[in-house]
Design a protein around this ligand. Structure first.
Ligand code: SF4
Length: 204
């Protein structure tokens, strides 16, 4: 595999163009495009999910599917302005297996997260968010190490030098899968996002 072709002096437009040429792992095969993060260059919070889903792969934007709608609702109800938030994923191509005409989400492996890390590091270097939030175990363990447990460590600041405040919470897609527990799962998610909102209003 080739190294990720991250530009030497990255900007978000340069990264967005360069990531389309990435062949640092096999996940580009069969996808529509790579999906870089989106949001203001100087966003105060960066939220990092797992990977683009089916809709994101087709449309080329992160968090535009049902999980994105859940996240939007949570941000709105927690009082976090979208203009404060840069949304991205630890893996930039959609990993799936084909079942007939459908593409079924497959969780990326650790090797994919590692291969894709230079893109996230470049986004962090450009945006330099004050608050970093990992959404779900793949992002949390990919960025903070395998000892992190989302259920145990969620909603509180964790020890990391990636940003002034680093937190983890669930991926919004897990709320969609929570069945009868969906309301409680959403409430817990909202509580975590309120902690993020609190960190954003605390002076640096
Ligand atoms: S998933 Fe990441 S590392 Fe793999 S090809 Fe896509 S951009 Fe490159």
């Amino acid at each position: 595999m080739e190294p990720a072709p991250v530009p030497e002096k990255p900007s978000l437009p340069k990264l967005r163009e360069a990531v389309q040429e990435c062949r640092a792992c096999e996940l580009y095969k069969g996808t529509t495009q790579a999906v870089l993060g989106e949001g203001p260059t100087r966003a105060r919070a960066m939220l990092v999910g797992e990977q683009p889903g089916d809709r994101e792969d087709i449309e080329g934007h992160p968090f535009v599917g049902p999980a994105g709608a859940m996240l939007d609702r949570g941000l709105r109800e927690a009082g976090i302005e979208r203009s404060d938030v840069y949304l991205t994923n630890v893996v930039k191509h959609f990993r799936f297996r084909a079942r007939g005409k459908r593409r079924i989400h497959q969780r990326p492996e650790r090797e994919h997260v590692q291969a894709c890390r230079p893109w996230l590091d470049a986004e962090l270097a450009v945006v330099r968010p004050r608050v970093l939030v990992c959404l779900g175990a793949v992002a949390a363990q990919g960025l903070l190490g395998s000892k992190v447990r989302v259920t145990r460590d969620r909603g509180v600041p964790l020890d990391s030098d990636l940003a002034d405040v680093v937190m983890v919470t669930v991926h919004p897609s897990s709320i969609l899968r929570a069945g009868d527990d969906r309301a409680a799962a959403y409430e817990a998610f909202l509580q975590d996002l309120r902690a993020v909102a609190g960190a954003l209003t605390t002076p640096a």
